[in-house]
Design a protein around this ligand. Structure first.
Ligand code: ARG
Length: 460
């Protein structure tokens, strides 16, 4: 049949394959709530400027309220013949309230309608993501504060480098997340403008009030240019770029969790509820949750590239290509929320094996730099000190002992400058306590940094 909402100029029915191929209702119905909110704001504005009467507005409001109810109950019947969420709802409205339903689309197009719906949907998602991100940050900061003096080896090249506190390491994670939060807020701010009223591309001949609908829908203002309004999907790309970087960070944290839970590191325990077993090897407790989060970055990076490629070379203004924005965007939202939830639940439940961490730091000559600094304080040039300590380390490697385990006479064999007070700097606690400046790993600095980090999150 040719009975489409747009069927006036058509003489034959849509090919059934084309109908399925062009339909988006299967995935855009998740914007139903936003679509109804946009329609309510639009209708109220049309009434205010005299295009709809008070009674027509009341009918539309009552019809949309019923549709909202039907969707919530699951009794709304979505139809692929009606292509997308917008036309499904509009058609049902006309079914319910008759001729007045057909007036709702006055001064509007699906092009500005969909642009509005996506922004509302994404804004809502951003607000959920922001609160999950804050929850993860507070959990990370709390664990850091509890472990301000828990010594572990710090690594470069994954080789033991210098001792750090576990709390300091966790606060490094928090800094990554803090930047992610900032990027998310930047994205939200740039996105929060109303395209409603741009209509198909050129604006409309009705005396619409775009500021009114913008305010009603919680936008900061209305967009400037009608052509740009219906064709811009920058906000979706920016959000996916935020997501790609956040997931990159979560993948780095995941990688560390996977390493740390291994028998070879044994730095931490993850509670059983975040792990799974093996169907064949009875001894296994696998860190599936961090592994899966580590893997999710592939999906999210793919969506970012999909959207960049989708928008590349598109002429102004709206093109049907844009319908392809939704699945990557929605999957990115869902993936980010799941990964943040997993991490926000899991991180505060991490139990550090303090003895194993300490032992690993002790074994790896991690205080070698402290010994060199000690010699420099006594007047030796740093390069010479580096050489002296290198020889001492070689002796330790050959004899299976750490610097702190050598007796004074042995150490003095490498430099006469070494005195009994050297053992103060060779201890792990002495080493971390000495890095006592802004951004350093001294426990007092870590505690102060955790406090500042917590205040930043709580001030949001
Ligand atoms: N389903 C469409 C989309 O997602 C809505 C806008 C369609 N507009 C049009 N003129 N075909 O982009």
């Amino acid at each position: 049949d040719t009975s489409k909402l747009w069927g006036g100029r058509f003489t034959e029915a849509t090919d059934s394959f084309v109908q399925r191929f062009t339909a988006s209702v299967g995935f855009d119905q998740r914007m139903a709530e936003e679509d109804i909110a946009g329609s309510l704001a639009h209708a109220a504005m049309l009434c205010k400027v005299g295009v709809l009467s008070d009674s027509e507005l009341a009918e539309i409001q009552q019809g949309l309220a019923q549709i909202r109810q039907e969707i919530a109950e699951g009794s709304f019947s979505w139809s692929i013949e009606l292509e997308d969420v917008h036309m499904n709802i509009e058609a049902r409205l006309t079914e319910l309230i008759g001729i007045t339903g057909k007036k709702l689309h006055t001064g509007r197009s699906r092009n500005d309608q969909v642009a509005t719906d996506i922004r509302l949907h994404l804004r809502n998602a951003i607000d959920h993501i922001a609160s999950e991100l804050s929850r993860l940050q507070l959990g990370t900061i709390g664990l850091a504060a509890d472990n301000s003096d828990t010594v572990m080896p710090g690594f470069t090249h994954l080789q033991t480098a210098q001792p750090v506190s576990f709390g300091h390491h966790l606060l490094a994670w928090n800094e990554m997340l803090e930047r992610d939060y900032g990027r998310l807020m930047d994205c939200r701010e740039r996105m929060n403008q109303s395209p409603l009223g741009a209509a198909a591309l050129a604006g409309t001949t009705y005396p619409i009030d775009r500021q009114l609908t913008a305010t009603a829908l919680g936008f900061d203002k209305a967009t400037e240019n009608s052509l740009d309004s219906v064709s811009d999907r920058d906000f979706a790309i920016e959000f996916c770029a935020f997501a790609a970087l956040l997931l990159t960070h979560l993948s780095r944290m995941s990688e560390e969790l996977v390493l740390w839970t291994s028998a070879q590191f044994n730095f931490i325990e993850l509670p059983d509820r975040f792990c799974t077993g093996s169907s064949i090897m009875p001894q296994k407790k696998n860190p599936d949750v961090p592994e899966l989060v580590r893997g999710k970055v592939g999906r999210v990076n793919g969506h970012l590239i999909a959207l960049l490629t989708l928008m590349k070379s598109q002429p102004l203004a709206y093109n049907k290509d844009n319908q392809e924005d939704k699945e990557p965007l929605f999957d990115t939202i869902d993936t980010v929320l799941d990964c943040l939830r997993a991490f926000a639940d899991m991180v505060p439940a991490i139990r550090p094996n303090k003895e194993a961490m300490r032992e690993a730091a002790r074994r790896g000559f991690s205080t070698a730099t402290d010994l060199a600094d000690y010699l420099v304080r006594g007047g030796m040039p740093f390069r010479d000190a580096h050489e002296v300590v290198g020889k001492a380390v070689a002796h330790g490697v050959a004899n299976g002992i750490d610097l702190a385990e050598m007796d004074l006479a042995t150490l003095q064999g490498f430099s006469k400058q070494i005195q009994a007070d050297v053992f103060d700097v060779l201890t792990l606690e002495g080493s971390i306590a000495a890095r006592d400046h802004l951004g350093g790993t001294a426990p007092a600095q870590v505690l102060a940094a955790a406090e500042r980090a917590k205040q930043r999150v709580n001030a949001r």
